[in-house]
Design a protein around this ligand. Sequence first.
Ligand code: SDX
Length: 429
Amino acid sequence: MSDFDQVSLDAGGKPVTLPVLKGTLGNPCIDIATLPKQTGCFTYDSGFTATASCKSAVTYIDGDEGVLLYRGYPIDQLAGKSSFLEVAYLLINGELPTAEQMAGFEHEVTHHTMMHEALKNFFTGFRHDAHPMAMLCGSVASLSAFYHDTLDLNDPEQRRMAAVRLIAKMPTLAAAAYRYSIGWPIAYPKNELDYSSRFLHMMFEAPGAQLELNPVVAKALDLLFILHADHEQNASTSTVRLVGSTGANPYACVSAGIAALWGPAHGGANEAVLKMLEEIGTPDNVESAIAKAKDRSSGFRLMGFGHRVYKNFDPRAKIIREMTHKVLEELGVDDPLLEVAMKLEEAALKDDYFVERKLYPNVDFYSGIIYKALKIPTEMFTVMFAIGRTAGWVAHWLEQQVDPEAKIGRPRQIYTGADVRDYVPVDKR
Ligand code: SDX
């Protein structure tokens, strides 16, 4: 990256100089705050493809090199050595916890996993076939109606407690949405279990039965939560920050993040990938699927492929791909969709259309196959993404709350509508 600390441009013959800001890693950024005053111009960048919305120390991605760091730690090291709760602590606090800090954090999260008994009524208001993301979005927003003791955003302890509650209760609400959809009573969290085992128990222990937890499943789930925990200023995290910039409560912010994550271009892609693989059905149909994905008029995209930032392999996809083979083997699951996915990946990575556009598998491409092997229903895949990403959402929200440069988000526009004109009475139209 060339080393310069300002840029100059010519605005209709008027020279304009703008400062360049640099972070610890990554692209320098031109500070355009004085641009309107110096030139009368705004900047235009649909989808914020080249625009930094904030300064952040939480996560760093190098899209060209396929690097992902949580507070400086490479994702493959955290995936191999950490736990989701330890990663959540790291994202929120910026440092790995001591054994004592971890014990305290784990105890606190464990003792905030229950939902208020009245909140259970919220679920019975939904149709049984409501999408679990609808139930999650609604129930998370309603937490602000129950926890008034964490709504004073000027109190750091209340902000911290809201973050703990959201991390603690997300699995409980997620499992409740699933149990309601299959007509089972909502299960209470068991404190003696670890974070991921507790979620599996709330999901799958049938009424009156004793669920035998499989440690392979719990470990795989914990790893998937780590891999989904944060990802810089992605659409849902940017949504949490934009809502947070208005002073809205943290439950409303995270509920907005859940809504943004739901879209198939974002977290909804894992559910869409599995539906796509089922539609393709067999490796013989891979070629026609690739052809359709290359034809813009088809409206069909290869779900789980491509990324706004990664123009190389998504490091999470590499880890999940290896994990998929291991988990299916350990569970003795032989899923024909895995062969379809592998053939699809192989064909796309050799095809000029995908190579020229630097389209690689992303985090969503293989995750659905693992969730399926873990007996997570397809409609719950994006909910799983939300459970992991809650750690990142609250970490960014907490960071924003103490950012001296933070202000209400209010983008500008290029107005393409009608010029000023007078009202015309209806009998003259
Ligand atoms: C996540 O931002 C994050 O960090 C997100 C995430 C996180 O952890 O938070 O990583 C999680 O959201 C992963 C992405 C999940 N989405 C999908 O898998 C859906 C399929 N992918 C695409 O819709 C797309 O790749 C996006 C949305 C992910 C990125 O879109 P961009 O950056 O806006 O790219 P684009 O739409 O401008 O595409 C560039 C070109 C276009 O072709 P041309 O106009 O150059 O001819 O690539 C093509 C696109 O048509 N293209 C695809 C494609 N993705 C892009 N063509 C076929 N299949 C695809 N999947």
